[in-house]
Design a binder for this molecule. Sequence first.
Ligand code: BMA
Length: 346
Amino acid sequence: MSSHQAGFGSTVSALPTRNGAAAAAAPIPWQPRPIGSSDVVWRHAANPIIPRRPVPGVQGIYNSAAVQFEDRFAAVFRLEQQTRFPRLHVGWSDNGLDWEIERDPVVFANDPADPADYAYDPRVVRIEGSYYVSWCGGRNGPTIALARTNDFRHFERLENAFLPFNRNGVLFPRRIGGRYVMLSRPSDDGHTPFGDIYLSESPDLVYWGRHRLVMRKGGERAGQWWQRTKIGAGPVPIETPDGWLLIYHGVMDTCNGFVYSMGAALLDLEEPARVRYRTDRHLLTPEADYEVSGHVPNVVFPCAALHDSETDRLAIYYGAADTCTCVCYAHLGELVEFVKRHSHVF
Ligand code: BMA
């Protein structure tokens, strides 16, 4: 794979490891906004960072989640084989852009491999020292499956969080009011022509309840069309003084199928089912060749974001056209101001 000559951030912060030692975190991927652009979010110049055939027998790698892990990066990728059957594969990277991808899918130490168990659209979050993977799983699904790992080599599968059908399960990075909190989108077992974002709480990551509506799909009003069919949580929410920054996907139906764009909202820090601000316009919509053309044209689908708190740089990982993996960038503070300035809560 090509090497990327991005201007990387210089901040080095410390991430605690399992044995308590501090590892210097690798700088997150970064490129400055292109000269002449006034966009709040801009694409990595060498997208896609992972092309459609990263390993033999695979024809797509997209909608995947990267995190800082010790002194480098780990990821859980959605890989689609030539059967078009998706599974989760671990990847490793020193710079967050060039990835080594495990040839074999994730297996769960406590759970026998099931060849019929598909897995897609993973998110990864670090909570209290462990990493949790949530994805749309095929066992009695589609619904939200969960697993825990400390090293991205051994995975323990937890109970499914919800009844079928559900997608886009995204955990918050800390307990709120003493409980784990997860966003999700109840759905159907097909391509779901509807969808709103809900929030659920759990004392133990097994039993989920106190379900609350967070936000509905957009309406027919001017400025809402890009998210008028369905919405779903994207990366793990990022805590800011103005609320939890939730980057999400908003979907519009057209005469030629769905179009998936990227939006953002700010949720109340202590009552995250309460929307404080929400963009009435998208941050990114399919425009690049690799977004408008692929196995499913016109999809940008964010699943992970890395934030460097010292430089305020944000790198967002997204799947393009259900085919390849891409990155885009923003300054978190600018993005928050954009959401507040162009907010429409409905
Ligand atoms: C959704 C999921 C996503 C996919 C999107 C667009 O329902 O299947 O994985 O990116 O459709 O095809």
